[in-house]
Design a protein around this ligand. Structure first.
Ligand SMILES: NC(=O)c1ccc[n+]([C@@H]2O[C@H](COP(=O)([O-])OP(=O)(O)OC[C@H]3O[C@@H](n4cnc5c(N)ncnc54)[C@H](O)[C@@H]3O)[C@@H](O)[C@H]2O)c1
Length: 446
């Protein structure tokens, strides 16, 4: 595949030879810069129409982008018949790395990549974007308080929000990942008032995936396997795997599939990982966690209610050992998983973050989780939620979603004290962030 290189200001664009140059250059036409009116009506998802998808990724020279792009160019999110235009944005100092990354994308010779633009100009990056993934931001350095991180990232999110409003397509959907993800999402949306708030979300899926994986591993742990019938082992390949690998403590066990777990609140240590509606796949059937536990030897007498799950009365009875394991081991482990990964790798999660982003985008934009009771965790504006979380913060709830829309699921009875802790933190973050935003706007005017 031979590529054309187009230099546009600080942007470097590669366009595959079989793509007419007119098509590639069309995406730079200023018509796309007029974002429409300040209507709050939802506009169709970028994926509801046929055609190529223009995806802008900020922090394009970073490690998550490096793991995410292969998922996009192999059709994992937008489908194998959908070409993508990739717009990679990073700061001026990283443009060299960005160009190297663009060369590598070119060398992958993917049929699904229509063009790659490497730029340090947000308006070039967001021009005509259908989807924007905001990974770019100031990192948390040792000794930095959360409020320092907010102060550093507010001007970046504000700049990106304004450029999105000016240049992206009407129906653009924006996923904010850069930390502090919820508050960054709030600031990006606040700075782009012409884009409906429902078009913004923040990543909570990685926390949900971590929770699912840990619960699945526990269900398949040595103790529970000891009590599983030999017949069940032969029927369940996942468990066979665990039986093999538990001989070697250095090999992680893989458990059965788990669904119906959610993470509520902020992407911070105040998040609440919730297993009260969990189901596990046992012998090919989805069963409530309680039933899954009973299979593993039954619950002892004197079980007590951990946390009522749903209004329909499907409450969970977990024995005290499980209850303690959930509150003392599982919840802290999910909250601390990011730190553990950094300690082990010397870098933060990238592969799992990219995987979670791909899942988030696919569920939100493409497939629909509607109609199944297995929703997903997503950071969304809290306005009108039924759980008493104050309006006007970005908060992770269980949602059903699809075709670019989402709806906060009703009917849960979450631990209100846990939600309150996260909500208070987010309200405080919002206060600090809006103060910083106002201050930076004042400085810009003076
Ligand atoms: N929400 C989550 O679940 C979750 C999970 C993992 C990581 N994260 C966050 O995602 C972000 C990206 O992670 P990473 O590992 O790729 O980080 P990274 O440090 O490897 O990459 C970040 C990139 O952003 C760039 N950048 C900085 N300022 C920018 C600006 N103004 N415009 C454009 N780009 C800019 C940097 O130059 C860098 O290349 C981090 O903030 C991280 O904390 C969130």
């Amino acid at each position: 595949m031979r590529l054309f290189a187009l230099f546009l200001g600080t942007a470097l664009a590669f366009v595959p030879q079989d793509t007419p140059v007119g098509v590639a250059s069309h995406s730079y036409q200023p018509t796309a810069a007029v974002h429409g009116t300040s209507s709050n009506l939802r506009r169709p998802s970028p994926l509801s129409e046929q055609g190529d998808v223009c995806v802008a990724i900020t922090g394009g020279a970073g490690q998550i982008a490096y793991a995410l792009v292969p998922l996009l160019m192999h059709g994992r999110v937008f489908g194998e018949g959908r070409k993508v235009s990739l717009r990679l944005l990073d700061i001026e100092a990283c443009v060299g790395a960005l160009e190297g990354f663009a060369m590598e994308i070119q060398d992958c010779n993917s049929d699904l990549v229509k063009e790659v633009v490497a730029t340090s100009d947000p308006e070039v990056a967001f021009m005509g974007a259908d989807v924007a993934v905001l990974l770019g931001g100031f990192p948390r350095l040792p000794g930095m308080e959360r409020r320092d991180l907010i102060a550093k990232n507010v001007p970046i999110m504000a700049e990106h929000g304004r450029a999105l409003a000016k240049c992206a397509k009407d129906g653009v959907r924006v996923l904010v990942v850069a930390n502090p993800a919820c508050t960054n999402c709030l600031i990006a949306a606040t700075s782009a008032p012409s884009i409906p708030r429902s078009h913004f979300s923040s990543l909570a899926r990685l926390d949900q995936d971590r929770l699912s994986a840990m619960l699945a591993e526990k269900l398949c742990s040595e103790e529970t396997l000891e009590q599983t019938s030999a017949g069940a082992r032969t029927q369940e390949p996942e468990r066979q795997h665990a039986v093999r690998t538990r001989q070697d403590r250095n090999i992680l066990q893989l458990g059965p599939s788990v669904r119906g777990v959610y993470v509520w609140g902020n992407h911070s240590p105040t998040m609440w990982p919730d297993v009260s509606g969990a189901e596990a796949k046992i012998d090919g059937r989805w069963v409530p966690l309680q039933t899954a536990l009973q299979r593993h030897g039954g619950l002892p007498n004197g079980t007590r209610l951990l946390s009522p799950a749903r209004e329909d009365g499907t409450a969970l009875d977990l024995d005290s050992a499980w209850r303690d394991w959930i509150s003392e081991t599982l919840v802290p482990a999910v909250r601390e998983r990011g730190t553990k990964v950094i300690e082990a790798r010397g870098k933060s999660s990238a592969l799992s973050a990219a995987n979670a982003i791909a899942n988030h985008l696919k569920d939100w934009l493409h497939s629909s989780t509607s109609g199944t009771h297995a929703g997903v965790s997503m950071g969304v504006f809290s306005d009108g939620n039924p759980y008493g979380v104050p309006d006007d913060v970005v908060f992770s709830f269980p949602v059903e979603c699809g075709e670019g829309r989402h709806r906060i699921l009703h009917g849960f009875r979450p631990d209100m004290a846990m939600l309150d802790e996260s909500a208070k933190e987010l309200v405080e973050e919002r206060r600090e962030a809006l103060e910083t935003l106002r201050e930076s706007e004042r400085q810009a005017l003076s």
